[in-house]
Write a protein that binds this ligand. Structure first.
Ligand code: SAM
Length: 236
């Protein structure tokens, strides 16, 4: 079941930022949003559809891939997010990330950005196995979530939460989820991890290997790409 309490936290943000601003989806700076988006695109297969964005918010993340017959679908539980995403050009279904409104093995790619930090480990496991269910054989899942343990993130998070408390803004649940934990959950759901990266909030390169000390200092998001293996015998 979607978390109605978390859902309610988004009402004020959606009203304040509107449908064209990534601020409504929790991004403090649009430049940072664009960097994350560019990095996401470097992992996407350009011609592999349907492409599903789970917890799509106002749908801005995948907006550049729309057009030319691209089949891009968003799912979000928040009613206003669905209206905004639809206005931003996405096909949208209002639905629950834990009970996706799609048949088994129907999606070529699934994207999920900035959702896991609001989910417990148990719910994250349920979510990943639900995504694995809808992925086609050889389909891929691209996950971005905040690197809550990096020095940059601890500092930024402390400052942002202090200012949110002072201004009376809603305080969202925060779960850390180290990369190894999510890899274990992916493997338990039958997925194979093929890429690991940490996004960097400024400068170049946009991403670092997770083992780099710099990733632990200035890392912004943790990124994992996993594939559902081909059916046994498909490649024989
Ligand atoms: C931080 S926003 C991220 C939006 C978007 N993925 C992005 O990165 O721009 C998290 C989104 O998750 C959605 N959400 C929370 N719980 C959900 C659930 N159980 N099912 C579907 N969407 C959910 C919220 O409505 C919100 O739009």
């Amino acid at each position: 079941m979607a978390d109605q309490q978390t859902d309610g936290l988004y009402a004020g943000m959606r009203q304040k930022f509107g449908q064209q601003s990534a601020g409504a989806n929790g991004y403090q700076m649009s430049a940072f949003f664009r960097r994350e988006q560019a990095l996401l695109y470097s992992f996407l297969r350009p011609n592999d559809f349907p492409l599903l964005d789970v917890a799509c918010g106002s749908g801005l993340m995948l907006a550049p891939s729309l057009g030319n017959g691209a089949e891009v679908i968003g799912v979000d539980f928040n009613q206003q997010a669905c209206v905004d995403a639809r206005n931003n050009g996405l096909k949208v279904l209002r639905g629950d990330a834990f009970d996706l409104p799609f048949a088994d093995q129907t999606m070529a790619q699934v994207v999920n950005c900035q959702f896991l930090n609001q989910q417990s480990a148990a719910d994250t496991q349920r979510f990943i196995s639900e995504v694995a269910r809808v992925l086609k054989p050889e389909g891929q899942l691209v996950l971005f979530w905040r690197h809550a343990e990096s020095v940059f993130h601890r500092l930024a998070g402390t400052l942002i939460r202090a200012s949110e408390r002072m201004s009376g803004a809603p305080v969202f649940p925060q779960f850390t989820h180290p990369m190894a934990e999510i890899e274990t959950l992916m493997t338990a759901s039958g997925l194979v991890v093929v890429e690991r990266a940490v996004s960097v909030p400024f400068g170049y390169p946009r991403q670092l290997r997770p083992s780099r000390i710099a990733a632990r200092v200035i890392g912004a998001s943790l990124v994992l790409v996993a594939e559902r293996p081909a059916k046994r015998g498909d490649s024989d």
